[in-house]
Write a new protein. Structure first.
Lengths: 385, 182
């Protein structure tokens, strides 16, 4: 009898499954979704790592009025095309970067112990740097003198931790089991001491950034996702209204996220989570590939997810377009420098180097060309991929 | 497994092209509708892509995707359950019948669609994918004993449903984590 019942299950399941087939675009859709998810993770870490580098950039704001829908390229915006063959050599990056086994940070060269030729993902903190080993197996808190303060095995931590605006607190997501749930964790960015934990059963809530002391986490889901607000000191853990999944924050008062309500055609929006999550402006036509925030949170850079990607730099609060960068060949990460100039990766053939583009619309090389077949390319803060 | 991004993209695309129909069929059995099935496969494949470099054995990819699909589907179900719980304080209704017109009523399929997600996954893995109890337990991250008990409950539900005089299927059936009760 039991065998008969099992056969009935099998027969019914096969009967209903047999006519089902994948739609014609499943492979492409799955790939796009994978890239989007990866980009979201890269964005989260890439944006957060900049926030620790606090430098004021005086800019005027229009804080009045509701959401502003900005055109991609209004008249009068500075536009620049990176022509790798004609770039002059400018100064080295004004932010920490990794090359030749060391982090170069202003006048300091901080050697990193490890295999010669290895590269690392890292984020600057108030006390130095948090490194993720090249094999993603362990995190290291490294002081500005290169001393290892603490090591921690990478036990199912999602991406790179995010850093608070003052560089003193880290937050990350630890996956439970095979995604049955997750735990949000905060730690002292200088000492590595664990501070708070927030289990999130049933959901993979990825920490995407800080707003002040609060940690913003984002969950992928077919309905567009959910963004949550966690205050570790008080235990408050609430859903952020009006937004679906989030990409990141500027550390202070701006959240970059998809607007809620349209999972099929997500609309990229910029919100103020400190004011009822009101939308400041949006850019529905932009498919986001990479995101970066300036250290003071006043500028946002979005790289489009096109075959020929462009970078758009906006005022974070008003959405005013400040700069368009075209001719981006290969961007693994992008980072603002103090003063608002943008660092990106440039490539010509197998040669890789860093390019600096200013808000006034000029670009220059910020490192010497490297043949990446022979020597690892320079690494900007954020994920190394 | 491939190491650089180009190789990963190519290997991933080849895998998706080769296995998409199989995966969508399994997802359809888990979700009960085609749209959700494709969504579920996409979600699982996206996470698989991100873990591509960590999956040491290429023959384990199917198992990895399957495991994520089940977890993701359970997560969706829980989310829907919680939403309904807040709004109506009632257990979720059984999902709608499949969109396919198969020309005749299928009481077994109707039962499958009322099963809670874990029990449904056990049924799909054991009786459609033909996995062993041990492999099913591995996919569900539970004990073999749990697989046995879930299987037993599903079979008992089916036995009761197919018994003469059991009444109109669907009437009075409420889905619970422990099985089907009346």
């Amino acid at each position: 009898m039991t065998s008969d019942l099992q056969d009935k299950f099998t027969e019914s399941l096969r009967r209903h499954a047999e006519p089902v087939s994948a739609g014609p675009g499943l492979a492409q859709s799955a790939h796009r979704r994978a890239l989007r998810l990866r980009m979201r993770r890269r964005i989260a870490a890439g944006a957060a790592c900049l926030i620790a580098l606090a430098v004021a950039i005086p800019l005027g704001y229009n804080l009045l009025g509701g959401p502003v829908r900005t055109d991609i390229a209004p008249a009068g915006t500075n536009e620049v095309r990176i022509d790798v063959g004609t770039l002059s050599r400018g100064p080295d990056p004004r932010i920490p970067w990794f090359q030749d086994g060391a982090i170069h940070d202003g006048d300091r060269t901080v050697p990193i112990q490890g295999r010669p030729g290895a590269t690392y993902s890292f984020v600057p903190t108030a006390g130095g740097y948090l490194l993720l080993d090249e094999d993603n197996q362990a995190f290291r808190w490294v002081g500005k003198d290169g001393a290892v303060i603490r090591s921690m095995p990478n036990e199912a931590i999602e991406g790179l931790p995010v850093v608070s605006a003052d560089g003193r607190t880290l937050a990350w997501t630890q996956i439970v089991g095979n995604g049955e749930g997750s735990t949000l964790v905060t730690a002292d960015a200088v000492t590595g001491t664990l501070l708070h934990r927030k289990p999130v059963p049933g959901h993979v809530a990825v920490a995407v950034g800080f707003i002040g002391d609060a940690v913003v986490s984002s969950e992928e889901a077919p309905d567009g996702g959910t963004t949550r607000w966690w205050e570790p000191k008080t235990g408050v853990f609430v859903t952020v209204d009006h937004v679906a999944a989030a990409y990141g924050t500027n550390g202070r008062n701006v959240l970059v996220a998809d607007s809620a309500g349209s999972p099929v055609e997500p609309c990229l929006g910029v919100f103020d989570p400190t004011k009822d999550s009101s939308k400041l402006w949006d850019k529905c036509s932009l498919q986001l590939a990479l995101y970066a925030s300036s250290a003071d949170g006043k500028l946002l850079a979005f790289m489009s997810n096109d075959e020929s990607p462009k970078i758009y730099v906006f005022d974070a609060r008003t959405g005013k377009l400040r700069l368009t960068v075209d001719g981006v060949e290969s961007v693994h990460n992008m980072t603002f420098e103090p003063g608002g100039s943008l660092l990106v990766h440039g490539a010509e053939g197998t040669e890789r180097f860093l390019v600096r583009c200013t808000l006034s619309g000029t670009c220059e090389a910020a490192s010497d060309p490297i043949d990446e077949r022979k020597v690892p390319a320079p690494v900007l803060p954020g994920p190394n991929n | 497994m491939p190491g650089n991004s180009t190789e990963t993209n190519e290997a991933f695309s080849a895998y998706v092209a080769a296995r998409q129909h199989v995966l969508v069929r399994t997802a359809f059995l888990l979700t009960g509708d085609h749209h959700s099935a494709e969504d579920l496969v996409q979600a699982a494949l996206a996470r698989t892509y991100l873990a591509w470099g960590r999956i040491r054995d290429e023959y384990a990819i199917d198992a990895y995707v399957r495991r994520i699909m089940i977890n993701e589907h359970t997560s969706w179900w829980r989310r829907a359950w919680r939403h309904r719980e807040r709004v109506t304080d009632q257990l979720p209704e059984p999902p709608p019948a499949a969109e396919l017109d198969l020309g005749q009523r299928d009481e077994v399929w109707e039962l499958v669609q009322t099963l809670p997600p874990k029990q449904r996954a056990v049924v799909v893995l054991r009786f459609y994918e033909d996995l062993t109890e041990a492999d099913t337990a591995d996919a569900l991250r539970c004990s073999v004993g749990n697989v046995k008990s879930q299987t037993s409950r599903a079979l008992a539900s089916l036995r009761k449903r197919l018994a003469p005089g059991s009444g109109t299927p669907g009437n009075g059936f409420i889905s619970t984590e422990g099985g089907i009760t009346r």
